[in-house]
Design a protein around this ligand. Structure first.
Ligand code: PEP
Ligand code: MG
Length: 555
C-alpha cells in the first residue's frame, strides 16, 4: 500500500481506480510524408472520428443543458463537412507533402484570419469554432485525448492542478474524487469539488505518478489521504468510515422542510450556490430556500465561444422555473483570474486577479454585458430574479452598470419584450473598497452578498490561488471579520439585505458570529445546506452574541 497525504478541501470517502490526468503538449510537429494518398486517408479517418465524437457530445449535451446549448456541437459537425475546409487541408497535404496535423494547423490559421477580417460579427465569432474543430482533429491525428476524462467507469482524478475550464469539461458522473499536487483551498476547482460533494485533497506531493494510473485506491477526504493499493485493514476502516458519513447525512434529513430559525426566533434565508443548471437537482434535494449565487461565468467556461443570448436565456429560464418562485441570485459574468475562457482573448497580465476581470470586462465590452443582461431580463418573467454584480470597487461602476441596464430595458420595451419590473439588483462585496463604501453603495442597490473568498484575498493581500500561502490567507482574520460587520451595519441602515456566499458561509464556527452580526442570508454549497440549518436551529443569538462579537472582533 502507498499512502499520499495532502490537505483536505472536501471530506468523504471514495473507492475506485486512479485516473492520472496530464496535459498533453499542443505543439504540432511538422514532417515530410511519402504518400499523400495515405496521409489523406488518415485525415479522412480522423475527420470521421471527430464527427462521431461531436454527435456523442451533442446527444449528451441535449440531456444536460438543453437543445439550444447543444447546437454548438452540430455547428462543429457541419464545419467538418465544409468542402472548402476539407479541400484546403487536402491540397496542403498533396502540394507540400507534409503530415495531416500540420495541414490542419495551417488551414486553421488561414480560416481564422479570414473570419476575423469579416465585417459581420457573427462570422467573426466563428473563428473560435474553426480553432476548436481543428484542435479536435489534431488531437485525434496525433493520438492525444481530448482533455476530458475518457473512462467508462468512475475514477479518482489525480492531477498537478486543475483550472475551471478543464473541470467543466469532465463528465461529472465519472468523477469520484479529486487529488492534486498543487491547488488552493478556495480555488474554483476546490469549490467545484464541494459543489459536487466529492472528496478532494490538494497539495498531495508525489501523487502525479503515471505508475498509479489504473490502480485501485481509497481517498479519505477529511484526513487528506489517498491510499493506493490499500491493504485489508485500511479497506475495512474506510468502509466503516464511509458508512458512518452516510448515516450522519441521513440523520440530517429530518431538517428538510423546516425553517432556518434560531432557538430565539431569528430567521435567516438559507440558500445554495450553483455553477450550472444541473446543480438544481442537488439544491432541491437538500431543501435550499433559494439560490444565493449562480456563478454564471461557468456557462461561458463550458462553451467554446460566447454563449448567445438564446443559450443564456434558456439556462436562466430553466433555473428560475425550477426554483418555483424562490429567489434566484444570478451573478453576472465573473470571468478572469483563474476562470479563463480562451475565446475572450484576454491579454497576458502580470496580476490577473487585479486586472481586467468581471465587471471591468463588462463595462469595457458592453456588447458582451448587454447580451447577458438581455437574457436575464427576458428570463425574469419565469421566477423571482435578483441580479448581482461581481468585483465592484467603486460607486461609479455601479452607476455605469445601472445606466447600461436602463439601456437594455429601453431596448426590450421598444421591442415589446416582456420582463419583470420586480428584479432586485445587488453587488458582491469582495473588495475591501466595496466594504468600506458599502454605506454609499447601499443607496443604489437592494442587496449585498459578501464574497469572503476574494474579500480575504484582497484584504490580506494573500493570493487565494497560491498553494503555499498557508496561514497568511485567513478568513477568520479580524480585519476581514470587521469588514463584514461594517457591511452588515451599513446595509441595514439603508434597508439593504446582506448575505454571505463565500466559502465562510458554511464555516460551523463562524456561523454563530454571522448570526450575531445580523446576517440576513447565507448561501452555501448545496450539500452543506442541512448541516448549516442544524447549526442555526441549535443556536440562540441572545446567548452567544456578546461572547462571539468580543472574541472575533475584539470590540
Ligand atoms: C467569493 O469571492 O467569495 C465568491 C463567492 O466568488 P468566487 O469564489 O466565485 O470568486
Ligand atoms: Mg469572488
Amino acid at each position: 500500500m502507498i499512502t499520499v497525504s495532502g490537505r483536505s478541501v472536501c471530506s468523504g470517502v471514495s473507492f475506485g481506480p486512479v485516473f492520472v490526468f496530464s496535459r498533453e503538449e499542443s505543439t504540432i510537429k511538422r514532417h515530410h510524408i511519402e504518400s499523400s494518398d495515405d496521409e489523406i486517408a488518415r485525415f479522412e479517418a480522423a475527420r470521421k472520428q471527430a464527427i462521431d465524437e461531436l454527435g456523442t457530445l451533442y446527444r449528451k449535451a441535449i440531456n444536460e443543458v438543453g437543445e439550444a446549448n447543444a447546437m454548438i456541437f452540430q455547428i462543429h459537425q457541419m464545419m467538418l463537412e465544409d468542402l472548402d475546409y476539407i479541400e484546403a487541408i487536402k491540397n496542403i497535404i498533396t502540394d507540400q507533402l507534409i503530415n495531416a496535423e500540420t495541414a490542419v494547423g495551417q488551414t486553421c490559421d488561414n480560416f481564422v484570419q479570414m473570419f476575423r477580417a469579416m465585417d459581420d460579427s457573427y462570422m467573426r465569432e466563428r473563428s473560435a469554432d474553426v480553432k476548436d474543430v481543428s484542435e479536435r482533429l489534431i488531437k485525434i491525428l496525433s493520438g492525444r485525448d481530448n482533455g476530458a476524462i475518457i473512462s467508462d467507469k468512475p475514477v479518482i482524478v489525480v492531477a498537478d492542478d486543475l483550472v475551471p475550464s478543464e473541470t467543466v469539461q469532465f463528465d461529472k458522473s465519472k468523477i469520484l474524487a479529486f487529488v492534486t499536487e498543487s491547488g488552493a483551498t478556495n480555488s474554483h476547482t476546490s469549490i467545484l469539488a464541494r459543489m459536487m460533494n466529492i472528496p478532494a485533497v490538494i497539495g498531495a506531493k508525489g501523487v502525479l505518478n503515471k505508475d498509479f494510473h489504473g490502480k485501485q485506491a481509497i481517498i479519505d477526504g477529511s484526513e487528506g489521504i489517498l491510499y493506493i493499493d490499500p491493504d485489508e485493514a485500511t479497506v475495512k476502516k474506510m468502509t466503516e468510515k464511509k458508512k458512518d458519513i452516510e448515516n450522519r447525512a441521513k440523520a440530517l434529513e429530518c431538517l428538510k422542510g423546516l425553517k432556518s430559525i434560531t432557538k430565539d426566533g431569528y430567521q435567516i434565508e438559507l440558500c445554495a450556490n450553483i455553477t450550472n443548471v444541473l446543480d438544481i437537482e442537488s439544491v432541491i434535494k437538500n431543501d435550499a430556500e433559494g439560490i444565493g449565487l449562480f456563478r454564471s461565468e461557468f456557462l461561458y467556461l463550458e462553451n467554446v465561444n460566447y454563449p448567445s443570448e438564446e443559450t443564456q436565456f434558456g439556462a436562466y429560464k430553466e433555473v428560475l422555473s425550477r426554483m418555483q418562485g424562490k429567489r434566484v441570485v444570478i451573478r453576472t459574468l465573473d470571468i478572469g483570474a483563474d476562470k479563463n475562457a480562451a475565446y475572450f482573448h484576454m491579454p497576458q497580465e502580470g496580476n490577473p486577479a487585479l486586472g481586467i476581470r468581471a465587471v471591468r470586462i463588462c463595462i469595457r465590452q458592453k456588447d458582451i454585458f448587454k447580451t447577458q443582461l438581455r437574457a436575464l431580463y427576458r428570463a425574469s418573467v419565469f421566477g423571482r430574479l435578483a441580479i448581482m454584480f461581481p468585483m465592484i470597487a467603486s460607486e461609479w461602476e455601479v452607476l455605469k452598470i445601472l445606466e447600461i441596464i436602463d439601456e437594455v430595458k429601453k431596448e426590450l420595451t421598444a421591442e415589446k419584450v416582456e420582463f419583470s419590473d420586480n428584479i432586485e439588483l445587488g453587488c458582491m462585496i469582495e473588495t475591501p473598497s466595496a466594504a468600506v463604501i458599502s454605506d454609499i453603495l447601499s443607496k443604489h442597490l437592494d442587496f449585498f452578498s459578501i464574497g469572503t473568498n476574494d474579500l480575504t484575498q484582497y484584504t490580506l493581500a494573500a493570493d487565494r490561488q497560491n498553494p503555499d500561502i498557508g496561514e497568511f490567507y485567513d478568513i477568520r482574520h479580524i480585519s476581514v471579520l470587521r469588514l463584514i460587520d461594517t457591511v452588515i451595519k451599513n446595509a441595514h441602515k439603508n434597508n439593504t439585505w446582506v448575505g454571505i456566499c463565500g466559502e465562510a458561509s458554511s464555516d460551523e464556527e463562524l456561523i454563530e458570529l454571522f448570526l450575531a452580526m445580523g446576517i440576513d442570508e447565507l448561501s452555501v454549497t448545496p450539500s452543506a445546506v442541512l448541516s448549516v440549518r442544524k447549526k442555526i436551529t441549535e443556536t440562540s443569538v441572545s446567548e452567544i452574541k456578546d461572547n462571539v462579537l468580543g472574541r472575533y472582533l475584539n470590540f
